[in-house]
Design a binder for this molecule. Structure first.
Ligand code: ZN
Length: 337
């Protein structure tokens, strides 16, 4: 494949070394113990000081597979330990992205070790932009394999820092082969993909039958008189099996919402707003939102159910903002505020 002009400066970056990222903490027993618990590792070399004292290491060491974790950023985004570089070794991915390769997937992560690290050691790593492939065509799409190598060192008070391990990290930065949006499918003459069908059980059938009849039915407990959604075989409040349903108003407020942008999954239109509706009767129900632009959505806005035939055999309770006509002068919007 012919080489692109824009790739030249990127190829010239190959071999570039980026500065140090320091560990927040020295290698310590607390983090090791927590790692071992989470990973299910029971080797006493890592957690039992007496046992480790009698081993060839003479004291506790850290699990080698934990190497990467020592130098991770803190809980908040990009919160690296003081003294760490502000250079971003992923700059190369941004440069490729700007040429029309928006997607990324990690393809290789290979950790190798030079030696065990010991309690009290302070680690850092440096990153090298190791390689970028020719343009490759894969099942996922067309793009470039980019390889970074992180080298981990233990700081030494005297003499040279010692390399303790290495992480090879390779990603594929690509243009997707099949952006399968419904719009694309339509243009390509691909038959319409159906909406996924709900799994309907004896416990939930009343809800779907209600949708067919234009009723929003919410499960009701005959014992404690409470409502619950989604429906189940037993009352979540009092464990009674005596359940029926009530037909509710279909009115409520937008309690929360998300707008799905990616990945585009047919047959849904994107961006695809999905709401969590606090019904006036007090229970919440998740549902697709219609008749509203995503940027007009507001927490707390009054909404009302719109039973919508999305397939020949599927009617869904979607929700739309209450229009002024529907509000009809009543003070619905003030009721819950
Ligand atoms: Zn109950």
């Amino acid at each position: 494949m012919a080489e692109y002009e824009w790739l030249k400066p990127i190829r010239e970056m190959v071999g570039r070394e980026y500065g140090r990222i320091y560990a927040w903490d020295e290698v310590n027993p607390a983090m090791v113990r927590q790692w071992c618990e989470v990973m299910g590792i029971e080797n006493p070399l890592y957690t039992d000081a007496d046992y480790a004292a009698g081993s060839e290491f003479e004291s506790m060491v850290a699990p080698p597979s934990m190497l990467q974790s020592w130098c991770e950023a803190g809980f908040f985004r990009d919160s690296y330990a003081p003294g760490s570089t502000e250079e971003n070794p992923y700059t190369v991915l941004k440069l490729i992205e700007a040429q029309g390769y928006p997607s990324v997937v990690a393809v290789n992560s290979e950790l190798s070790f030079a030696r065990y690290v010991k309690m009290g050691e302070k680690l850092y790593y440096t990153t090298r932009f190791d390689a970028i492939s020719e343009e490759k065509v894969t099942a996922l799409g067309t793009g470039f394999f980019v390889t970074l190598i992180m080298s981990y060192f233990a700081q030494s008070a005297l003499g040279e820092d010692e390399k303790v391990g290495e992480l090879l990290f390779r990603v594929f930065k690509f243009k997707p082969a099949n952006p399968v949006s419904q719009k694309t499918a339509n243009e390509a003459g691909i038959p319409k993909i159906s909406r996924p069908k709900p799994g309907i059980s004896d416990d939930t059938a009343f809800f779907w039958q209600g949708c067919e009849q234009g009723e929003l039915r919410i499960q009701h407990c005959q014992t404690c008189d409470k409502l619950q959604h989604p429906p189940g075989p037993v009352c979540m409040h009092c464990q009674s099996f005596a359940l029926d349903y009530q037909v509710v108003s279909g009115r409520g407020k937008l309690y929360s919402f998300v707008v799905m942008h990616y990945p585009e999954v047919p047959p849904f239109e994107h961006p695809n707003p999905i709401g969590l509706i606090a019904l006036d009767e007090g229970v919440r129900i998740p549902a697709g939102l219609v008749d509203v632009a995503p940027d007009e959505l507001q927490i707390g806005m009054p909404v009302t159910v719109k039973f919508t035939q999305v397939e020949t055999d599927l009617i869904l309770p979607l929700f739309a903002p209450v229009t002024p006509e529907e509000a009809g002068g009543e003070t619905h919007s003030e009721q819950m505020s």
